[in-house]
Design a protein around this ligand. Sequence first.
Ligand SMILES: *Cc1c(COP(=O)(O)O)cnc(C)c1O
Length: 398
Amino acid sequence: MSETFHGNFTQQEAIPEEGIAAALDVLRHGRLHRYNLAEGELGETALLEQDFAALTGARYCLAVASGGYGLGAALRATGVGPGDAVLTNAFTLAPVPGAIAALGARPLFVETTEDLVIDLDDLEVKAADARVLMLSHMRGHIADMERVTELCRAKGLTLIEDCAHTMGAHWNGVPSGRHGAIGCYSTQTYKHVNSGEGGLLVTDDADLAARMILLSGSYMLYERHLAAPPKEVFEELRLDVPNVSGRMDNLRAAILRPQLSRLAERAEAWNARYRALEAGIWGAPGISLPHRPDAEGFVASSFQFLALDWPPEKAAELVARAGARGVEMKWFGAEDPVAFTSRYAHWRYAAPMALPRTDRVLAGLFDLRLPLTFSEEDCRLIARILREEIEALADRAA
Ligand SMILES: *Cc1c(COP(=O)(O)O)cnc(C)c1O
């Protein structure tokens, strides 16, 4: 009898009871807008920013309406405007090129390695064509950040990090999002903390922080922030920076705060699940796994493996066979994007580019979510199913 998996790949954990209680408080007093405060009250949004600044060691933090909004605000604050080229990973999620396109700027895609990170040799070649690098740590894979920061310094690139999949992760002890000018995080349901929608921005630069706060729609109420620069910094800018409303509200902040304090514990739980899958799939015929260097303190909320140079029919068949046994897998090689698997060639708002190394990687890239509602035993079962199906396809070919 072959085994089947019955778990749900999109079911996240419940919000902690503390978060539910804090949310009920906000609902009962009704002051959901971040600047709607009672006398002497510190709002949940401002407190969340203070908590997250402390967690990442950043001087300033701003909570916003979504991760994608945060990317746009970061780009705009660094002075990106219409027609400007912005370097970014060819392997990323659509909100990244979308945030660039929303400013009338042009995504300039950089190749992807077999370890699923930005190709630093290609970045070096393209660096002269842009002023900003929006580095996306897609699916939690972190490039050699010493090399990235050195390259950015040498080429005069401003580094913005997209940490949608690396909240709580680090490179050689430096928190992800703290290597460049601005770190951007998402608090959307499928990321590392869950408020449905939401985003966080961190920076040590007072001018950038003030610009992002003004952009987010602070209505001259920026003095109600707790992780913001002093008001003199705003006075210089407040009439120059447009209001592009994208604030977070107190309800979301209330449910996020207790999740932040559990982040380290959750990271460990995710990584134990990742290691169980990795151990189960290791050595399956024709399969390679991204190398994870010692310096990479990752948080594995998803799992990827590669079947390089397989014919597309074989890759599609693996997806179908795994799916029939309850293992819901995404494949980045499909002709047409499915759910979250669109790739750079599908983004017609960006100028077409030839990226043969990325094409080869994406054509063989499989992706699974690892919600914390799965146990380690679930992950071992998923790995057994995948290995059996991969071996069955290999035997048939032989
Ligand atoms: C989710 C995500 C974002 C931000 O997305 P929102 O849905 O706008 O919060 C940015 N980059 C990557 C790689 C993502 O996966």
